[in-house]
Design a protein around this ligand. Sequence first.
Ligand code: UD1
Ligand code: CA
Length: 492
Amino acid sequence: MTVRPAAAVVLAAGEGTRMKSAVPKVLHELGGRSLVAHAVAAAQGLDPAHLAVVVGHGRDQVRAHLGRVAPGVTVVVQDRQLGTGHAVSCALENLPGLDGVVVVTYGDVPLLTGDTLRDLVDRHTADGNGVTVLTAELDDPAGYGRVLRDADGGILGIVEQKDASATVQRIREINSGIYAFDARVLRDGLARLTTDNAQGELYLTDVVAIARTDGRGVGAHRTGDAWQTQGVNDRTQLAALGRELNWRVLDGWMRAGVSVIDPATTWVDVTVQLGRDVVLRPGVQLHGSTRVDDGAEVGPDSTLTDCSVGAGAHVVRTHAVDAEIGPECAVGPFTYLRPGARLARRAKAGAFVEIKASSVGEGSKVPHLSYIGDAEIGTGVNIGAATVVVNYDGVAKHRTIIGDHAFVGCDTMLVAPVTVGDGAHTAAGSVITDDVPPGAMAVARERQRNVEGWVERKRAGTAAAEAAARAREGQTGEEHGVTAGGGEGSQP
Ligand code: UD1
Ligand code: CA
């Protein structure tokens, strides 16, 4: 079992100038989480007694963000960024007298996992070290601190790129900046740091050489997974790490029984939950707390944020936010589900349909070209094409209730507040302003009136008038005369 650290410290005070952003670097996101939230999640994997995040640049924004995503962490302010060693000193000053293991990580290294941190701590405790450094071997180590070893492979210290000779620059083993320290060794080392280096900073890395000089055990845990040590300094790196993280998330789901037809165009946040035999087609983005249950299919081209999709549902070319899609539902193509849209089992929301803050009962259908807002639709209801719930009078929103097995005719306007009773019908093209009793047929439109011969009189000489004339001649030829109509809609 991994020893429980006395503290984990996440350094996140740096400015991140290369992001060229008004947003502090550690608040940039990948995989549905900010950089700093990834770092905190990895550190939480150690269950440390204290978890501190050192903030500086953009501290108010970062503090507010941490208050939302990680309310349990201790936020420590480093007023001026005098170096990584100074940042850790600030954290220790704000934590009670620590005894045991202290882990230090960075707020901008998002692929690091709790498992890797546990391996680091396990190595640290097993070897009885004063310091254990997480290292990696890179093809291009430029920019990183290099790990200096003696002839026996023992760690001598870490040399920053800017302080490194040409020989040292050829070393490919780099310092990830992630360490496990014995608290006392860390405190002693920090007290003796100087700014005698190319950047005039208090380097945390110098604690390693100090510990070695003092004869405290110094070791390294070298990871074969260099991605986990990669930091984000600019937006190109953010995108590269975002793609790799996404691949890792998808790989995990595929191994758990999810089919991802095109991993290159499928993006799944680390917070999403997927069931077995879920199929994700090309162009799918699943964000936030979205959950897709067994056997459901999403895509192509769908974006779901904080949604639930029930077992066996099909969601095609859909944009949905904070919506509940029940089991075996059919959604799409070209459907917009807004917050509070709730579709019960086997409901359908079809092409060019927008639903907001409304429930659609079991087996009910909104198949074509409709807007449904602030409505409760019962079970077994059919909503005709182009029906609109007129929920907003310019001042307030009102509710609409549609009873079980109601049949709403095409192009009905339901002017809220209004109730359509169980089993009631509305005639196509109706503007429904009054409640419809159960079982009634509501007709709320002008009856049709045909003004005979109007086109030939008023639009003489047009193609329409000629067509009308031809039709009339053909008719008189065949039928020997004109009958006076008495049918529905005509007014003689
Ligand atoms: C640091 C290491 C280097 C290592 C590299 C790995 C030192 C001296 N060097 O270099 O050996 O290879 O990380 O990425 O530690 N920070 C603060 N306060 C400060 C300075 C930095 O909080 O005063 C934070 C930054 O926000 C960042 C992290 O510490 O998250 C690293 O700082 P950075 O300046 O990027 O260090 P590097 O020069 O990359
Ligand atoms: Ca860096």
